[in-house]
Design a protein around this ligand. Structure first.
Ligand code: SF4
Length: 760
């Protein structure tokens, strides 16, 4: 049995303070929290300056989630509480400068929490951790690039290098990053998408021929029905609540499907509407289905059954645009509603009632996030959701479609411009033509495979463009061990994080400009571009003075590495320096490589950017193998019942992905504690537990069990047999090999867990 000794989950000496979960999201508490975090980090003047520019037409894209902005207008504050926190976090006045790094050894820093590390502020210059040293020390940019290039060319094969990308990376930096990897000779381009929406991409590409959503913000205004499943928009995509509120006002019905009743789906007090702010706010969901973890595929099968039995089908669409309907119809009609009730925990009466409502919808949108994508059967579940939508012809018509909501501001754009461990042949052909390189064809590692490769010694150099890989990945201890086996680890970052403390033989930290900061090259001021969750590409221009004069942009860092590599290999002809000084040239290359970016440099000057082509939405064209939208007939699957609890990981309202802003989760009524396990009250009684008791959580691997000690029990409204814990602290319990079928995404939303009262 392995014990969790990872300091990522520091033990907490007191139980958290608990109160009743809130009944409405945003409102005055959000304004107070925004002001407190903003002023505390940025000061008064910088707060005013930065917040005036976030999501503005001539400002910078919010570094938070990927929810879109309105097409043609901006309000005076086009951001939410969490967006403001993301901006303040980056634009903080705190500095993790050379005094900081010379004060603490890596060992000492490893004992600090992620929250503490993040609060130390911006890294101000490149740093190196040499073999045998306990301290990160300053290094010049050129020496850093030389170390990287020397290590890369020393490898036996380009496939021994891994180029990881996090979803904050701009289109320009991401395109150069994949060009660097492929010019070097590998498709080892894992990204954070592998951990979140990979299942959406795999499922949607097969079903409708595009791995993205098919709706725009306008569609929310003409929808009859919006189903929000496995998603907590109040915390993770807060401005989506405005779209849902407006949809309700326009007559749409909103159904929330989630094991937890999340505050944001109850009521919303829009911060710019005084009547809502001081009144009751607007109701969001008119129905909440409190399903058991991992029962969504079964639930959507029940919805399909209702539609087929009601006869409210779009037969013309089914006949003209789809394949596989007959098989699916037979499968659905053979499904027993009682069985679905058993799996979901929703009574047959309720399933029937909701089914009637759903069958009457003329235009339906289904939105989802990681509550859907991080299970073993996620691909099948998403294809079931698409089947359900196809029955009513809900693709390619106003007010209808699929809406996988992305969590990181440019995760969708990064994939569009080539961050993909499995590039298509046409992408590789185009890249070769546009850049003159010989690109590799063999598929590369995704995130899980990259960990296995580092663990076995098959990968020896790990380079990360942003992110916090150790904290974000499943199986924290195994991921840490894998990274520490590398000969070189490189992190392009803005602030200290856990991954910097788990270095290879040599560790480099390369600090870059943030989204909020002015980017000036020798030829003048540059801007970058990003793509939001609805396929809109637009510009982002930082407006603040950089946190340090030593910082350079991400494109400059990639070009610096590229330039150093060119001197050690047969030259490729890529003009790295020109590309780093003039991002128009990078956009020209993107235009030549990727369809949809025609006249990129000209169209990006439009204040709200431009939409990328979306054939299913635009013209009901499906670029699948059979050129049709496909019904897939999967047997219903879910995690087998056992004597274990089923754990889902969740985020608190005081965090953004792996970045922890504070220790409170205001909406859920949990304060000053993150090491908590949310449990049903009846389960507490049955297990002789009480609120505030400490328990040890364990998960089984093939040959061992991992135990994570001392979690405080919090009674919560969650289905029996289910528990919830915060990401990333509980990642240590998710086995690396527990992944979704075909997408290989860690199953962070369904992990069987044993619970025992702590004895230590
Ligand atoms: S909804 Fe997302 S993108 Fe918009 S301001 Fe909030 S965090 Fe930023």
């Amino acid at each position: 049995m392995k014990k969790d000794v990872n300091p990522l989950t520091p033990l907490e000496s007191k139980p958290p303070k608990l109160s009743k979960p809130k009944n409405s999201a945003a409102g005055i508490p959000a304004l107070i929290s925004t002001a407190r975090y903003g002023l505390g980090n940025m000061g008064v003047l910088n707060s005013l300056k930065n917040l005036a520019k976030v999501n503005d037409f001539d400002g910078f894209d919010c570094p938070g989630c990927a929810w879109p902005d309105p097409d043609n207008h901006r309000s005076f504050a086009e951001f939410c509480e969490n967006g403001a926190k993301a901006v303040a976090d980056e634009a903080t006045m705190n500095r993790a400068d050379i005094n900081f790094w010379s004060k603490w050894t890596v060992g000492e820093l490893s004992q600090k929490s992620d929250h503490w590390l993040n609060s130390q502020g911006r890294i101000t210059q490149p740093l190196v951790l040499m073999p045998g040293s306990e301290y990160y020390t300053p290094i010049s940019w050129n020496d850093s690039f030389d170390i990287i290039a020397d290590n890369l060319v020393s490898l036996d094969s380009p496939d021994e290098a891994v180029f990881y990308t996090s979803g904050r990376t701009s289109n320009e930096a991401a395109f150069l990053w994949q060009l660097l990897a492929r010019r070097f000779g590998t498709n080892n381009l894992p990204d954070c998408s592998n951990m979140c929406h990979e299942s959406s991409g795999v499922a949607l590409n097969e079903s409708i021929g595009i791995g993205k959503g098919t709706v725009t913000l306008d569609d929310f205004n003409s929808a009859d029905l919006i189903i929000v499943v496995g998603q907590n928009p109040g915390t993770n995509h807060p401005r989506m609540l405005t779209a849902l509120r407006d949809a309700r006002k326009n007559g749409a019905s909103v159904i929330s499907v989630n094991p937890l009743t999340e505050t944001g789906m109850k009521r919303f007090k829009h911060p710019q509407n005084p009547i809502e702010m001081f009144g009751l706010g607007s109701s969001i969901a008119d129905k909440h289905l409190k399903v058991k973890i991992n029962s969504d595929q079964a639930l959507f099968r029940a919805f399909s059954k209702s539609i087929i039995e009601s006869g409210n089908l779009d037969n013309e669409f089914i006949n003209d645009f789809t394949d596989g309907y007959e098989d699916y119809r037979k499968l659905v009609l053979n499904t027993d509603l009682d069985e679905i009730s058993e799996i979901t925990g929703i009574s047959t009466e309720e399933l029937t009632q909701v089914g009637e409502k759903i069958s009457n919808s003329k235009a339906t949108i289904v939105c989802w996030a990681m509550g859907i994508t991080q299970h073993k059967n996620s691909v099948a579940t998403i294809q079931e959701i698409v089947n359900f939508l196809l029955l009513g012809g809900n693709i390619g018509k106003p007010g209808a479609g699929v809406c996988p909501v992305r969590g990181h501001s440019n995760v969708q754009g990064d994939r569009t411009v080539g961050i993909n461990h499995k590039p298509s042949n046409s992408f590789i052909d185009n890249l070769e033509k546009s850049t003159g390189i010989i690109a590799p064809i063999k598929h590369g590692y995704d995130s899980v495979e990259a960990v296995r490769a580092m663990e076995s010694g098959d990968a020896k150099v790990f380079l990360a463009m942003g992110g916090n890989f150790v904290s974000a990945m499943s199986d924290t201890n195994r991921t840490s061990n894998a990274l520490s086996k590398c000969q070189l680890t490189v992190h392009i970052s803005t602030k200290p994080n856990r991954s910097h403390l788990v270095s290879g033989k040599i560790g480099l930290i390369l600090p870059c400009l943030g989204r909020t900061e002015i980017d000036v090259s020798p030829i003048g001021r540059q801007f970058v571009t990003v793509e939001n969750s609805m396929g809109v590409v637009h510009s982002s221009k930082g407006t603040s003075k950089p946190a340090s004069k030593h910082l350079i942009s991400e494109p400059s860092i990639v070009s610096g590495i590229g330039g150093a590599l060119e001197t050690r290999l047969e030259r490729s002809g890529i003009a790295w320096r020109n590309l780093s000084e003039n991002y128009d040239l990078v956009r020209d290359l993107i235009e030549k490589t990727i369809p949809g970016f025609e006249n990129y440099n000209q169209r990006i000057t439009s204040k709200s950017g431009f939409y990328l082509p979306n054939p299913p939405k635009d013209s009901r064209t499906f670029k699948t193998k059979n050129a049709l939208a496909n019904f897939f007939s999967h047997e219903i699957s879910c995690m087998p019942s056992s004597d274990k609890f089923m754990m889902m990981t969740i985020r608190s309202h005081d965090q953004y992905n792996t970045t922890i802003y504070g220790l409170d989760d205001r909406y859920r009524g949990i304060r000053n504690g993150r090491r908590v396990v949310l449990m049903n009250r009846e389960d507490l009684v049955e297990n002789n537990l009480e609120e505030g008791d400490l328990v040890d959580l364990s998960s089984d691997r093939e040959s061992e069990s991992v135990v994570s000690q001392n979690w405080y029990v919090v009674p919560y409204d969650i289905p029996r047999g289910n528990i919830a814990t915060y990401f990333p602290e509980s990642n240590v319990l998710i086995p690396l090999d527990s992944v979704a079928d075909r997408s290989n995404t860690p199953t962070s939303k369904s992990v069987p867990i044993g619970i025992k009262k702590s004895t230590s």
